[in-house]
Structure formats: C-alpha cells, structure tokens
Design a protein around this ligand. Sequence first.
Ligand code: NAP
Ligand code: MG
Length: 402
Amino acid sequence: MEKIKMTTPLVEMDGDEMTRILWKIIKDELIYPFVDLKSEYYDLGLEHRNETDDKVTFDSAYATKKYGVAVKCATITPNAARMTEYNLKEMWKSPNGTIRAILDGTVFRAPIVVKGIEPCVKNWKKPITIARHAYGDVYKGSEMKIPGPGKAEIVYTAEDGTQTVELIHEFKEAGIVQGMHNICGSIESFARSCFNYALDTKQTLWFATKDTISKKYDHTFKDIFQDIFDAEYKEKFDAAGIEYFYTLIDDAVARVMKSEGGYIWACKNYDGDVMSDMISSAFGSLAMMTSVLVSPDGNYEYEAAHGTVQRHYYKHLKGEETSTNSVATIYAWSGALRKRGELDNIPELMDFADKLEAATIKTIEDGKMTKDLALITTLENVTVLNSENFIKAIRETLEAMY
Ligand code: NAP
Ligand code: MG
C-alpha cells in the first residue's frame, strides 16, 4: 500500500524505560509501514531532560500549543532514588505537571473495552470516561488543628482593605478546620473542555456536585457549567444528539453503577481522583486505559494512563523476556493520529487510526495477549506473547485489513 501522507507534524514526546522500548517497536511495526510519519520529535527521556535543564519539556508543550496535537510516552517523575540513578543536576518536576500547567487542561481517562476482559460491573457494556478537574479544592487547601475553645472564621480582605467575615465554628473543645478555594476561570476552562470533548466523542456528559449542601462553593460549579452550556453549547449538543445532564454526586454514583456506560462523567478534583481508580480497576487494568489532556483552546495531548513500567525494564536490561502491555500506548498513537486527521481533513489517517485500534482489539479477542491480560481474561486457549511479539501480532492483524 502507499503510505498515508500527513500535512502537519505531530508533536512526539518520547519517554523512559519500558515504555520507551515499546515506543520504538510501535513506531517500527505499526506506524512507519503505514504512515509517512511527520513528527516533531522531543526526547523527554530523563537523561535528555537533565542535559537540557528540562527545557525540552517546556519546548514540547509550546510545540503542542503551536501544532495542536501531541503523543506522549510515559516518563519518569524524578524522586531521590532517580537523582542517584541518573546523576541528575536537579530533581526535575513531573513532565505531566509542566505540560498541564502550560496547556491548562482537563484530563480524560477512558477504559479500552475488549471481549474477554469483563468489567466487574456486569451491566457496563461501554466505556465510562472520567473527566477530572485538575485544579484546586482540597489539593490546594490549608488546614489547621484547633487546640481548644475559640472561634474560627473565614476572612476575605479585598484589595481596598474591606473585609468579609464568615463564622466557621465556635469551638468549645479541640477540633480541626480546612480552607480551600477554586477559581472561576479554571472552572470555566474545565467546563469548556468537557463540553468540547463530549462533542468530539459524541457522548453525553454527566456532571455532579453536592450543591444542596455546598450552596455557594459547589453551586458555583453547577452554575458555571449550566451558564456556559446554555450560552455556547446547547444547540451543538442538540445537533449532535447528545445531552448535558447535571445531578447530585450521590445520585450520580448510584446511576453509574446501574448504567451501561458510554458517557463522560465530569468530576470535581477529589471525586475524579477517587472515581477514576474505581472505574479503571472495575474495567480491568491500568494498561487498558487511555488518557488525553484537552485544553480549553483545543490542544490535545494523548498518552497512556500507566507509568514507565520500571520493573519490566529492569528485567529487559538483564536480558530477560518481558510481556508488557502496549495497548494504552498504541491508543495514544491512534488517538493523536485520528485527531491530526480530523484537524487536517485527512480521511485515510482517521481510517488508519480506526483500523489500528480494531486490529489491537481483534488480536486480543483472538486470544493473543500479554501476560497481564492473560491473568484476568475469561477467554480460553490464550497465547501469551512477549512485548515485541504482541505488537508484531497486531501488525499481522492490521496488514490483513488493508
Ligand atoms: P507503572 O509504570 O504504572 O507500573 C506499576 C505496575 O503496574 C507495573 O510494575 C506492572 O505490574 C503494572 N503495569 C503498569 N503498566 C503496565 C503495562 N503496560 N503492562 C503490564 N503491566 C503494567 O507505575 P510505577 O512502577 O509506580 O512507576 C514507574 C515510573 O513511571 C515512575 O518513575 C513514575 O514516575 C512514572 N510514571 C509516569 C507516568 C506518566 O508519565 N504518565 C504515570 C505514572 C507513573 P507488575 O510489575 O506486577 O507486572
Ligand atoms: Mg487516585
């Protein structure tokens, strides 16, 4: 076949350890033979981040702002052990944190559903995507232990010095208090990212808070979502045949358990933290979870939800065979290529992304998979493949589709 041509470069962010090994095999086996890949390459591997004083991470994020679509490999977030292991000049910040701060986005995580890896919740037939607001609330809270009787208040001092005071509690004995905040601009970005992503993926959007109890704080989230929806999105949602649905968080949790999936669940920061772990484990595995950062001005960064799979990498370095699951990383590529195809109007590229995903799913459903899936599958007569042969098996399935 003739290779598919691209017009705009994809921002390619290479990474670390086992996922860096998979990255190369994926490109060699599943991308280069089919696509005349146009990418602007940034090496976010820890050694190169260290050499460039982490400038490469910033450059890759700015490139994403310029071109609109990036695909990212998992990267090491340095800790004390990594300082020695890689002889680092500094404990560089998490690349994901840096990229998120520059793009100002919302992270969407969705399970990849295949036959034979069944969700624990038997009525879940379609993926449930979690959209987590990644700013503020208890993650930027301040707290105090109250040693004994006394009065705790919230005080807001305006720039002109005028004060507004709200009583928290008249303590008669020891206790605790917590103050937290959010910013309307950040909530607006969160809302727009969610509405855009719902339109993009043609899925209904759910949002839930505890606005009956939190009449100002949570109610502000509810109001901002509703105002933006009514002013900017209602007609587009109607045209796409999808809905925006608001309910109380406890009602949402109950409905999620009884649903068949197939929607986006927007969550405040804490709810998203807790619920995404519930959703991913109930659907099967972190290695079957896609993750995309969507910025309010329409930039997209695709990645796997898991890390660099360090334990497997050390086995690989010792020359031992590994069976590391590359599905989430393959989906990062297919997601990014599809989005590039959409933005540049290249139907063959979008079709290739669909076929790559279909070939990945078919390979697993045909009983060829990595060890992590073999351990949890309900399929019988499964063949466990090593890291490289699993990707090669997908290539065979993919070639048969052309
Ligand atoms: P991890 O890489 O997600 O791996 C944790 C364990 O989960 C693995 O040891 C493996 O279990 C299993 N696993 C994860 N992905 C798998 C896959 N694709 N195939 C098969 N098994 C898989 O988390 P970690 O070991 O805690 O972190 C390693 C490094 O990744 C850290 O330096 C961390 O900073 C970084 N990290 C990066 C990102 C990111 O870039 N987005 C996210 C999280 C962590 P078994 O060992 O039992 O096989
Ligand atoms: Mg968590």
